[in-house]
Design a protein around this ligand. Sequence first.
Ligand code: SF4
Length: 263
Amino acid sequence: LEKGVDPLGPDNKIIYMTGPLTGTISPSSGRFSAVTKSPLTGLWGEANSGGQWGRDLKRAGFDGIIIEGVAPRPVYLVVDHGKAELRDAEGIWGTSVAETTKSIKDALGKRFNVSCIGVAGENLVRYSAILNDVHRALGRCGLGAVMGSKRLKAIAVAGNQKFTLADREAFREAAKRASDFANESLLKMTLEVYGTAMVLDLVNVKGGFPTRNWQSGTCSYADAINGPAINEKILVGRKACFACPIACGRVIEVKSGKYACQG
Ligand code: SF4
């Protein structure tokens, strides 16, 4: 980037990038990153997300995507087994992440996986996120606003490209060793049981739990929302990103009241 580039201008870029192991059986390697000049800080902005989208970008035939410029009208990018094209997104502009994902899958087929912005990104909210697999987030540094500034609503990826490994058997053994190591770790055991809410009590004791928009670093009702409370009240399942033995993702259900939901 040139010095002084406007984070929400045409010359800023979003660089989506996978790693060399993304899409292989190597444990927890399905993640991917996106980087940009942040509209929130004016500095380097980077976020990392899980789910299945990184694997699906690799299967579509690409290690990464570099987005630059500004579209004259809302568009979304379709990447299908080595080919890419922009399509009109006027009909889905103004819809939520869940609605956008459903609309694109209805139009293209369920084999497509979607990374997209909601209305916050469209409206250039400087801390807005880009989400993939509906619930996984590139949640830092305002990447959603940069995507919105480019009038890019979503990137849908699909494909069945195979990976070439120099020594498949040696790779399988190394991946198993790494997986065994993860499975025996205390971190995995606690993440699997309580999800990332495992750290809630610790950060609360240390005064680092953001409460009432950081008016306080401790929360008086932490016991009601920590890992054990989630397990007892609303947990209905666990979910893993691609090839991850840890499965820290939570599937919850709030059965009644104004916050009733499932996901
Ligand atoms: S399931 Fe949890 S630990 Fe595993 S890759 Fe996803 S976020 Fe990370």
